[in-house]
Design a protein around this ligand. Sequence first.
Ligand code: AMP
Length: 139
Amino acid sequence: MAYDTRNVFAKILRGDATAHVVYEDDHSVAFMDIMPQVEGHTLVVPRAAAEDLFDIQPDSLAHLIRATQYVARGVKKAFDAHGVMIAQLSGAAAGQTVFHLHFHILPRNHGIEFKLHAREPADAALLAAHAARVRAALT
Ligand code: AMP
């Protein structure tokens, strides 16, 4: 399947859709997931047009995973997490729903299960507050 520029993350990258951004650099942008599976669920996307893990140059992927590690540190600190789960779904059969490559960052705590994938939109004000916590943790 060819990369489709109408996907929502491409719109966010172009400024045609809004997001609660927590980090950006020349190669990557990170923002809150609007249907978080846990509080603090954050996504990191490459600026490069890539549909999934197999559609990106290794050098660009290296930038993306570096940004993911950086942002995950901030998410872990902001949500006082015991651990962090990193997920990447490539292909509809794997559960991918937005066809622009991204890593999920989920702060995890003992005894707290995560919700179903991409089901329940969170309140925008709550997401804004969570984004502010992550940004503060990254400074
Ligand atoms: P995946 O199913 O791995 O492609 O993940 C896509 C993720 O994007 C899901 O967790 C959705 O909740 C999330 N999502 C969908 N639309 C938006 C949006 N406009 N802004 C932020 N996250 C989104």
